[in-house]
Design a binder for this molecule. Structure first.
Ligand code: PFF
Ligand code: NA
Length: 450
């Protein structure tokens, strides 16, 4: 394919691509979801399977996705259409971008609601609601929050408005700078919290919960959750990272860049686990508490640290920013598509798409209170969206991307785009895309569904 140009601009450097992609990857998935699904799935064995999924499947698929983006230099929908046409592939492959767009809608709709919890906690923390709180009191504050649809709706609305405002201003302005300040700060605060948790009585227990492997605990369902989370946490399988790849400078090594992003994402998830589980165990709390885990354990930790009110407030602000830098990448693919296809301004595109996503988010708001009794196969509206996207749509998107790059594209075009210097590494990568990733994903999906 001839050299393409992005009409949306480019990241100013390789380093800014890394920061932006890390901003997309590091989010609620690391700090909120990873600890609670690890708790629900029994700990160490789950963590090991998750790490294997990242290394064997996630990283190779991420390299493929970024490369496709950079090759097409458009929104994922148009990039996939252009490349599949250029490669003379069946038009089906060009439609992968559409499924990704749908996943993005679904994910952002509930992501915004959970991010809203973090925003609500900024004010509860700052107002001293958790000063000296016992685990039981922290639990009550949390249930009080999620049982109140008006409050959840208000925070969901605020978060969506901020997200839309940023996406509307484009990739270059503000976003790059905001990320480069927030990400290191988030990391710093996590390290401070790690220092605290290392000094709790529960650290050894928390550590061994995360890192001791009891394979009897692995089930088809937990394999599916681990694989799905590998995709969710790396922002794979829906086009977010493809969209970011479209703005990547031409002369950068995709492989090395992707390794950096995946490593940072993994480290931050593990540190979050090492902060949360010791607090859980030293306070006799429930590791399998579900989505409320982060929101019930950390306030207890903060209530025991000197200046905990300050650090707690700061922490939830940073969770909000981590969520925001991911939310933007969820919105970017569809907004970029609307700008390209409909010729509308970014502001118009972001507003309309934002309204649709906001409406969908109301379902998640209600699933924690008024609609909590309405379930499908035992899953609430939120559970259903979460399960459908993370455990099915993203892995399926990843599978299709792997097959497309591995089998449907001309080898020399793929090689020219990824430009891996080491032929052994390149061949292993190709082999994974052709065989290992598709078979493993298909096996896990089939196994988990039956
Ligand atoms: N990777 C983000 C997280 O771990 O919180 C969530 C996410 C962002 C998923 C973008 C998918 C996506 F396209
Ligand atoms: Na992540």
């Amino acid at each position: 394919m001839a050299e393409q140009k992005s009409i949306h601009g480019l990241w100013r450097s390789r380093w800014l691509f890394i920061l932006a992609a890390t901003g997309s990857a590091v989010g609620l998935g690391n700090i909120w979801k990873f600890p609670y699904i690890t708790g629900e799935n029994g700990g160490g064995a789950f963590v090991l399977v998750y790490l294997a999924c990242i290394a064997i499947i996630g990283i190779p698929v991420m390299i493929a996705e970024v490369s496709l983006g950079r090759m097409g230099r458009q929104s994922p929908i148009n990039t996939m259409q252009a490349i599949s046409k250029d490669q003379k592939a069946n038009p089906f492959w060009g439609s992968i971008g559409w499924m990704g767009a749908l996943s993005g809608f679904f994910i952002l709709s509930f992501y915004s609601v959970i991010a809203g919890w973090a925003l609500a906690y900024v004010f509860r923390m700052a107002g001293g609601a958790f000063d000296g709180a016992t685990p039981a009191q922290a639990g009550e504050i949390f249930s009080g929050l999620i049982s109140n649809p008006e409050v959840l709706l208000a925070w969901h609305t605020i978060f969506m408005v901020i997200t839309i405002a940023i996406v509307a201003r484009g990739v270059n302005k503000g976003l790059e700078r905001a990320i480069s300040i927030m990400m290191p700060l988030l990391f710093l605060i996590l390290v401070v919290l790690l220092g605290y948790s290392m000094n709790t009585d529960g650290f050894a227990e928390g550590f061994s919960f995360l890192f001791s492997f009891d394979f009897s605990k692995i089930t088809g369902e937990s394999l599916m959750v681990a694989l799905g989370h590998a995709f969710f946490t790396l922002s794979l399988g829906m086009g977010a990272i493809m969209a970011y790849g479209a703005y990547m400078p031409a002369n950068t090594s995709v492989g090395k860049t992707v390794l950096t992003v995946a490593a940072l994402d993994t480290i931050i998830a593990l540190v979050a686990g090492l902060v949360i589980f010791p607090v859980v165990f030293s306070n006799g709390m429930e590791a399998a508490a579900g989505p409320g885990l982060l929101f019930q354990t950390l306030p207890v930790a903060f209530s025991q640290i000197p200046a905990g009110t300050f650090f707690g407030t700061l922490f939830f602000i940073l969770v909000g920013f981590a969520a925001l830098s991911s939310a933007i990448s969820l919105g970017e693919p569809v907004v970029a598509w609307a700008v390209e296809a409909k010729g509308v301004s970014r502001a118009t595109a972001a507003t309309w798409l934002g309204i649709i996503i906001w409406l969908l988010g109301i379902g998640t708001v209600l699933s924690f209170n008024l609609w909590s009794e309405y379930t499908l196969f035992g899953k609430t509206f939120f559970d259903t969206l979460d399960f459908l996207t993370a455990n099915i749509m993203l892995p399926l998107g990843g599978l299709l991307i792997a097959v497309f790059v591995g089998w449907k594209m001309r080898s020399q075009d793929v090689a020219a785009e990824v430009r891996m210097q080491n032929p052994v590494v390149y061949n292993v990568w190709k082999l994974i895309l052709q065989f290992i990733a598709p078979l493993a994903i298909a096996a896990v999906l089939i196994n988990g569904l039956i």
